[in-house]
Ligand binder design. Structure first.
Ligand code: URA
Length: 194
């Protein structure tokens, strides 16, 4: 039975990815190199959601492979004892906004079905929302990450842990990295909760 569920998640995610590869619903399609759909364990208990691909991710077709990704990997190893095979990583928008600008509202709306479906298929127990865009997406709130982080939310039978985006932590320095570490420990507690 568990094997069936696993196979289903793999197949369903693959089908969804194929649809995303062809997507031209918003302007980002015309400047992208690759669609950055997501990577990791399709039946993970833990899902990280970022904002959108940057230059490195657009070139490689994989989320968080640049400097932000290195910090994310380090915090996962040090605070959760996990590597990329243990969780799944996706973004709010699957194509790179030019010059690393923020994604626009109509781009987020055009892409939202993909992330909603990824969440449904993976069915994670815990979502860690990285930064403003993913936190607002998952919690359906308008406040910023500074106001929303620091606690565990329970929503639609999942736990949501908002934290800073690693790029913001790299810019801001040690205090923000320490706050991210505290949020990762919250995620670990949520994973252990029955
Ligand atoms: N920033 C994001 O939000 N996502 C990525 O995949 C890379 C950088």
């Amino acid at each position: 039975m568990t094997e069936d569920i696993k196979d289903d998640s793999v197949v369903l995610l693959k089908k969804l990815e194929q649809i995303a590869m062809e997507c031209r619903k918003c302007r980002l399609a015309s400047s992208r190199t690759n669609v950055v759909f997501g990577v990791g364990n399709p039946e993970a208990n833990l899902l990280f959601i970022g904002e959108g691909p940057g230059r490195d991710e657009d070139l490689k077709g994989e989320p968080f492979v640049g400097r932000s990704g290195k910090l994310l990997d380090r915090l996962c190893e040090e605070e959760l004892g996990m590597t990329r095979k243990d969780f799944y990583i996706a973004n709010v928008v699957k194509c790179r906004p030019p010059d690393n600008r923020d994604p626009l509202d109509d781009e987020i709306q055009a892409c939202r079905g993909f992330l909603e479906k990824q969440i449904e298929i993976i069915n994670p127990k815990v979502i860690v929302a990285l930064g403003n865009y993913s936190t607002r997406f998952v919690l359906n709130k308008t406040e910023g990450i500074k106001a929303l982080r620091g606690k565990i939310y329970s929503i639609n039978e999942r736990y949501v842990v908002p934290t800073y985006h690693p790029a913001a932590a790299l810019r801001a320095g040690a205090t923000v990295v320490a706050q991210m570490r505290a949020d990762f420990i919250r995620a670990k507690m949520a994973l252990c909760n029955n």
